[in-house]
Design a binder for this molecule. Structure first.
Ligand SMILES: Nc1ncnc2c1ncn2[C@@H]1O[C@H](COP(=O)(O)OP(=O)(O)O)[C@@H](O)[C@H]1O
Ligand SMILES: [Mg+2]
Length: 267
């Protein structure tokens, strides 16, 4: 059984004061190898919790996850994570950051150097190989983070708002890079984002999650990611269906947030 199967996952956090938070309830999802999924939803709807469970950082209170037929029981190199900015090893050079996974695996030096060189080419950082992390711009740091993740050759790449801290122009370039990596590597990718436009561009499938308890509210299948491979993303955004879907999802999330605010005010 290939692919990622998320089977009726629920997650409850028990708090020290005796109360509890139902962060996820009955979330099920099947992803085929090579699918690109984006996940949207108001703050607190369980997006990060879901990703952490798939990564194996958290064990769900109910349900299970299988990848290519075996049960996920903890973190492993087959499931790579790209965090929002700031998760690189500051004391290592770009080259050492990207080579970290292969080093840990004990890969021979020459083979590691070849992989690192190749990946730095792919993300456009060959000239920055010996630089320290702090010498790089935010966008470049995220390029390193992507390359470091790819160096482990994961089956699934998990990204939690990886472009959230970048300025608009850099972000647009990085969205193009994510699409290119997706097409060239054939990896399964799950990307969480706050931006509706980004979710439309970077999701063949798009999940809208709802809060309290965190669950899947609606799923879309979209043509824009495929259209954006090798095409200017600004052109993709001009597609009439892009605008219509964006408006539909924006009002969906707006309504959820209104409801959350209402509940908070009445609490
Ligand atoms: N370790 C934790 N302990 C207690 N509550 C948590 C913990 N992690 C997340 N939560 C709660 O679970 C809910 C979902 O959180 P999270 O997955 O971070 O949402 P999102 O990423 O969609 O903003 C929130 O109500 C949050 O406060
Ligand atoms: Mg989050």
């Amino acid at each position: 059984m290939s692919g990622l199967h998320i089977d009726k996952i629920s997650m409850r956090f028990d708090l020290p004061n005796g109360s509890s938070v139902q962060a996820l309830k009955d979330v099920s999802l099947d992803l085929k190898a090579g699918e690109l999924l984006s996940v949207l939803g108001p703050s607190g709807c369980g997006k990060t919790t879901l990703l952490n469970i798939v990564a194996g950082f958290l064990a769900p209170t109910e349900g299970q996850i299988t990848l290519n037929g075996h049960k996920v029981v903890g973190p492993a190199a087959e499931r790579g994570m790209v965090f929002q900015q700031g998760a690189l090893f500051e004391w290592m050079s770009v080259r050492e950051n990207v080579g970290f996974g292969p080093s840990m695996k004990g890969m021979p030096k020459a083979e590691k150097a070849e992989i690192v060189d190749h990946l730095l080419d792919v993300v456009g950082l060959q000239d920055f190989k010996e630089k320290a992390v702090y010498e790089l711009s935010g966008g470049m740091q995220q390029r390193v983070a992507l390359a470091r993740c790819l160096a482990n050759d994961p089956d699934v790449i998990l990204m939690d708002e990886p472009l959230g801290a970048l300025d608009a122009l850099t972000r647009e370039k990085m969205q193009g890079l994510v699409l290119k990596l997706w097409k060239e590597t054939g990896k399964t990718i799950i990307l969480i984002t706050h931006s509706v436009e980004e979710a439309l561009l970077l999701g063949e499938r798009l999940l809208v999650m709802a809060p309290r308890p965190g669950r899947i509210h609606k799923e879309y299948r979209l043509p824009f990611a495929e259209m954006g491979v090798g095409q200017d993303l600004r052109e993709v955004k001009k597609h009439p269906d892009f605008g219509t879907t964006r408006e539909e999802i924006l009002s969906m999330i707006w309504d959820m947030e209104e409801e959350i605010m209402g509940r908070t005010e009445n609490a």
